[in-house]
Unconditional design. Structure first.
Length: 192
């Protein structure tokens, strides 16, 4: 009898503890929900939340691009609706992901990137924010192969509830040189 009461008590405590995570991913909300107590900027990704079918293309050399690669790109709220996580599943078996947190003290997004193809002991990170034109732009210090100072810039553009575009580009520090290296075009899937 004591075991049954103890089991019921533990079950009741578990349900109570889960109630405090009402913005986490669930059967009803598979991509989580935005926590109203999160910094307002966490909503910058609201139109990206969900699953998209995407076409990805990367630059091979100065004048040519690789064949288009199909992929799924899924965004969801994590940490009880206080941050955003994304994951890509690519047709070639490559998979990547990021955890995106907005730090109110610096008024910037910090994005930490993971890849199973090229795992790293130190996690690369980008920082940036939403621009006046509605794009989300992130930067990471990265010199060009010849050592010229610059950044790798990630840009989410044409953001809507129907999808978005993404670009990876090397840019000079003064932003006068832009060298595109990667493009992704995404449309929301019907099952969202």
């Amino acid at each position: 009898m004591m075991r049954i009461l103890l089991s019921l008590f533990i079950a009741a405590m578990s349900f109570d503890a889960l109630g405090q995570y009402e913005y986490a991913a669930s059967v009803e909300n598979p991509f989580g929900k935005l926590n109203p107590e999160a910094p307002p900027q966490v909503a910058d990704y609201k139109d990206l939340i969900g699953r998209c079918e995407c076409k990805s293309v990367v630059r091979i050399d100065q004048s040519s691009w690789a064949d288009t690669l199909s992929m799924f790109w899924t965004f969801k709220y994590i940490m009880n609706g206080m941050a955003v996580q994304d994951e890509t599943l690519k047709a070639d078996g490559g998979h990547t992901g990021s955890i995106r947190q907005f730090i109110a003290d610096s008024s910037r997004w910090y994005v930490h990137y993971f890849s199973h193809v090229s795992p790293s002991t130190t996690i690369p990170s980008w920082e940036g924010g939403k621009t006046e034109n509605g794009n989300i732009v992130l930067f990471r210090d990265q010199p060009a192969p010849n050592g010229f100072a610059g950044d790798y810039r990630l840009t989410f553009s044409n953001i809507s509830s129907e999808g978005f575009d993404w670009a990876g580009e090397w840019v000079s520090k003064d932003r006068t040189i832009v060298y595109p290296t990667w493009r992704i075009f995404c449309k929301k899937t019907v099952d969202d």
